[in-house]
Design a protein. Structure first.
Length: 400
């Protein structure tokens, strides 16, 4: 997202704010990006390593105090009307058809001691809704930054991310990990983030794809974590951790705090003793995916893009067959990408059950890739996909 006041999204948002709330005088504008995860899926809540990058697609929010002590009013360019809630009765905002993510973040900020009073906020998003690119985290982080700054109690990027995660867990009922919010808060243009989700520590890695680019292929099947089997998978891996620790103790070893603390050798030793086939498959994905992330970063740092692409394909097949979090649409568009010679690597990205694949494609072949993948995907599913050539952008910040 652009800090230039001539950015059309900023102008559009300020006009919308003025029409909705009377004027745009004294308004401040903030933004937070969506994210693409290059590799490391469904392991952020298992204490694993993930490798996301912030996009230049994101959520813009315009905010201003409204002179009340208790009333928050929210509007967006894509919905009709204004949603509102009372700070003194913030729990009731869970029932909003839109705005509960914002209310959850406001609640977390208040618990941190931010002196929140009444305010108005208007939102504009350039993230395709339901594409699995973390529009919810983008809303949470942009709201958290805007409200903390508006009321003179700024918090760090890490604190923003954790507040957003807690809001989604405690207020919105989605048992997500920290990756999405962290990438949105802490993104750096031209870099991916190697994030250790157990310690919430990170390092930046330059994302140099040479003569290739990242292309997101949107299945246009909306991905909705709250309505998906996401929480079911969380329960399965919790059982998996109990099983791995039970077996480890039986082998005279110590228990571990999360599944990703187990290594590949321990997986090979313990997994055959897990009686439940589904739980065993979930554990196999989590531990092996964590190993792939570490290998992937090493491959990128050494410039071995071909091997990195192969690792993406392996990761996709693991989440497809072991974690079972893809579905007909994601499988169809992934298979189409594999049939295209100038696609170096492809895999699903995000929570799954719809959404996008991320593809590394030779820049000179992008249009041919789109045509090939669209034809094959539509023939298989009847749906028409959308494609976005990705640029890697910065994390949450104030624009105006």
């Amino acid at each position: 997202m652009d800090t230039d006041r001539t950015n059309p999204q900023i102008g559009q948002l300020l006009d919308f704010f003025g029409k909705t709330f009377g004027s745009s005088e004294g308004v401040r504008v903030f933004a937070a990006p969506g994210r693409v995860n290059l590799i490391g899926e469904h392991i952020d809540y298992c204490g694993g390593f993930v490798f996301p990058a912030a996009l230049t697609l994101g959520t813009y929010v315009a905010v201003r105090k409204n002179g009340t002590k208790d009333t928050v009013r929210l509007a967006a360019t894509t919905i009709d009307g204004v949603r509102s809630f009372k700070l003194s009765d913030i729990e009731s905002a869970k029932a909003l058809d839109w705005g509960n993510y914002q209310a959850g973040v406001v609640r977390e900020l208040m618990l941190l001691g931010v002196p929140v009073e009444g305010f108005d906020a208007a939102y504009l998003s350039t993230i395709p809704f339901g594409a699995g690119l973390s529009s919810s985290a983008s809303i949470e982080v942009s709201t958290g930054l805007a409200v903390s700054e508006l009321f003179g109690a700024p918090v760090t990027g890490k604190e923003l991310a954790l507040a957003g995660q807690r809001a989604e867990n405690r207020f919105c009922g989605v048992n997500c990990g920290i990756m999405d919010q962290f990438a949105s808060a802490m993104g750096l243009a031209g870099h991916a983030i190697l994030l250790d989700c157990a310690s919430v520590t990170h390092k930046y890695a330059p994302l140099d794809l040479g003569d290739s680019v990242l292309v997101l292929a949107n299945t246009c099947k909306k991905h909705a974590l709250g309505a998906s089997k996401y929480n079911e998978r969380r329960g399965e891996v919790a059982v998996g951790l109990e099983e791995m620790n039970r077996i480890a103790l039986a082998h005279g070893k110590t228990a571990k705090p999360n599944l990703c603390a187990f290594n590949k050798a321990e997986l090979l030793e313990y997994a055959p003793e897990i009686a439940n086939d589904i739980i065993r498959k979930r554990v196999m994905h989590v531990v092996s995916e964590n190993e792939r992330v570490k290998e992937a970063v090493t491959l990128l740092e050494s410039g071995n893009l071909t091997a990195f692409g192969a690792l993406l394909r392996d990761a996709n097949q693991s989440i497809r067959y072991l974690y079972e979090a893809t579905g007909e649409e994601l499988d169809a568009i992934f298979d189409a990408a594999l049939d295209f010679s100038d696609c170096i690597g492809s895999r699903m990205t995000g929570g799954g059950f719809g959404g996008c694949t991320v593809n590394i494609v030779k820049a000179s072949a992008v249009e041919a890739f789109k045509a090939h993948a669209a034809a094959a995907y539509t023939a298989k599913t009847g749906n028409i996909p959308e494609f976005y050539v990705c640029e890697i952008g910065n994390g949450a910040r104030e624009l105006v």
